[in-house]
Ligand binder design. Sequence first.
Ligand code: AHR
Length: 513
Amino acid sequence: MKRFALLLTCTTLIAFNMLAQNNLTFNVSAAKTTISRQIYGHFAEHLGHCIYGGFYVGEGNTKIPNSNGVRTDIVDALKKLKIANLRWPGGCFADTYHWKDGIGPKDKRPSMVNTWWGGVTEDNSFGTHDFLNMCELIGTQPYLAGNVGSGTVQELIDWVQYVNFDGKSPMSDLRRQNGREKPWNVTYWGVGNEAWGCGGNMTPEYYADVYRKYATFMTGWSNETKIFRIASGANSKDYNWTEVLMKKIPHNMLGGLALHHYSVIEWNKKGPAVDFTEQQYFQTMKSALFMDSLVIKHSAIMDKYDPQKRVALVVDEWGGWYDVEAGTNPGFLYQQNTMRDAMIAGATLNIFHNHCDRVRMANLAQTVNVLQAVILTKEEKMILTPTYHVMEMYNVHQDAKLIPLKIKSNDYKLGNEKLPALSASASLDSNGAMHISLVNIDPKATQDLAINLEGGNYKTVSGRILTSAKLQDHNTFEEPAKIKPAAFQGATLKGKSLNVKMPPFSVVVLELK
Ligand code: AHR
């Protein structure tokens, strides 16, 4: 009897200890704020093989199925991913791009040198019509980044008129002459890019004035389209940039304020994309999780000037950045994509969801063949990366209501440093189903997580998992489906308590009904 009592106490203690280590509590009744689908945006720059040799293989291509030169397999994959918007043509390239060079007969288009990315000659064969028609094919909203650095106000407002004006005007007539009768009605417009750096090395005070001037002359040019202007925002933790812009730009001319942050170890010591050490993995994850602190601090500054949260925080460049793959052009930023990238994607999207009151748009850099790509191509072959799979698993959260949660996690420790092993976010969709997305970044330890579902009434749980044998694993053209989502069996629902066994470096999305 004594032994039984001792056993019972031990079991209770162990159970309590587990609970005390990893646990998650929700406030289902507080699910009010929408997770904007625009958080699921992507970025396509004229850089390396993102556009040329990526999205666009040319109209005359008979080897790779395409529609007006745009790869059909990429269009289909991005449709399935439900990408909400696509940012184009840069990046740094945007502030050197003159859109009028990319319209009209292709053989008459002038060329230019892509000074930022590899010094290659750009023949402008992929231009405004090609991009906007491609967005229609994918079923995504275009986000055009205007040239402020080396362009003019007139050039940018002409672009707005060209793509958005239905009536008769010099620019809409030119559009019709080039074969497009109806406007595309583009909502999202970036007013320059990285104005603090490649966009002109401006001070925030100077850029705020420049922004005000550009924004004054940009209008919707159509009754249907109210344009949403996005100011070039801070480089990572440059909080002063946000402070000055929020103070100096009237909020009625500011739809969103951007923020760029890459998960990078050190800019001059980025490390390999595949054969990284655990130390490098840890440092990458530390940089990725820093996004939480960035969002909190930039939002707090925005709250000071805009307590009603009218201006969105638009994280229009994020993702992992490593050394380029050996033998590739260093200016093309081509890198493989491993389970480490899946960890970055899952944890970052959880951060965006949990701050969706302010973060209402984001763009992963970049869609195809550049940085943390969701798609890699090699001639006629195409593969989906682990990042693609995470974004596909997570898209159930698009436009769902965020369920605020509290998570208590074990630490993932390396040397003297530690990070929370688990991250989570949850939402309620329009049919009443709850989705919980979980990430365990610990590369060695399984994490048992106890979830208290008090306040909800759920009878079934199902889920999908993304993991692999090694953290460095990745899909290749020879083995394209090495990493793909699988049915998850590690969740047990008993009444109001849900227990989840998260394997090392895994991403899980659960559905409760
Ligand atoms: O995404 C690559 C580059 O990173 C972009 O062109 C620029 O905006 C950023 O510095």
